[in-house]
Design a protein around this ligand. Structure first.
Ligand code: SF4
Length: 250
């Protein structure tokens, strides 16, 4: 993934940002490049670390939440965390981006086994809408650009299902990943919440990323090496994949 590691002036690690944002910060004199492979910048100021997110936590107690699930490993910590807030969690599987079909099925079956193990009900969107995904991103295959389309497709289907089933809120396991653009996901989630009349629950869950690896290992879950679409598979193997974000600076 083309994300740039970020440190503050005291060398505290912060959330990674997009290359575009890193370049803007450097151009504005707010940061300097400290590495190119992997890419990293250091801000010229100190950033106080955010306080734990307890203000949003109680909002889910007793609520029915539809959780879009991208894969079983990402569902581990996320489900556990939301249940810990007192939510009744129901999973939702809709991932037409996953390529090829065998990989889609492997991830789906891994989730089915894990869901049975932890007593998680899952709503399974039928079929494999890969052609619709490819049609949606054609001509907009660049990393980041296509991801926004991908987020919207999956979250929209989840918002629809949440409204249909009378859920109180919907959210996504994508919020645990340091490789996904949380700002973009939050914007899309909020738009869909307004359109479908169901709250989008947003919280940065990246603090659970290490724990999700541990839980996935503990449960013997299949762990993929690329995000999902065929472009991400190419990018994971080829630094010259032309769908990567254009590398500038650094
Ligand atoms: S890299 Fe991941 S989020 Fe982006 S389009 Fe591919 S599957 Fe979707």
């Amino acid at each position: 993934m083309d994300r740039v590691a970020v440190r503050d002036v005291e060398d505290k690690p912060l959330s990674p940002c997009s290359r575009e944002k890193a370049e803007r910060l450097v151009a504005e004199g707010q940061a300097e490049w400290i590495g190119s492979d992997p890419p990293a910048i250091r801000l010229r100021r100190s950033i106080p670390l955010p306080r734990p997110a307890e203000p949003t936590a109680p909002a889910l107690a007793g609520k029915r939440v539809l959780l879009h699930i991208c894969c079983a490993p990402c569902a581990t910590y996320t489900t556990q965390y939301l249940r810990g807030l007192g939510a009744e969690v129901i999973g939702h599987w809709y991932n037409p981006n996953i390529h090829p079909y065998a990989e889609h099925e492997l991830r789906r079956e891994t989730l089915a086994g894990y869901a049975a193990e932890i007593g998680l009900e899952v709503l399974w969107a039928p079929g494999y809408e890969m052609p619709a995904f490819l049609r949606a991103v054609v001509g907009r295959e660049e990393q980041g650009v296509r991801c926004a389309i991908c987020y919207r497709m999956r979250l929209e289907r989840t918002a629809q299902a949440a409204a249909q089933h009378g859920m109180d809120a919907f959210t996504t396991t994508l919020l645990i990943s340091p490789y996904q653009d949380l700002e973009q996901i939050q914007g899309i989630g909020d738009e869909l919440a307004a359109a479908y009349g169901v709250t989008f629950y947003f919280e940065n869950l990246r603090r659970g990323f290490a724990e999700h690896h541990r839980l996935a290992r503990q449960h013997g879950l299949y762990r993929q090496r690329y995000c999902g679409c065929l472009y991400s598979e190419w990018e994971s193997r080829d630094p010259n994949a032309t769908t990567r974000r254009p590398a500038r600076g650094g």
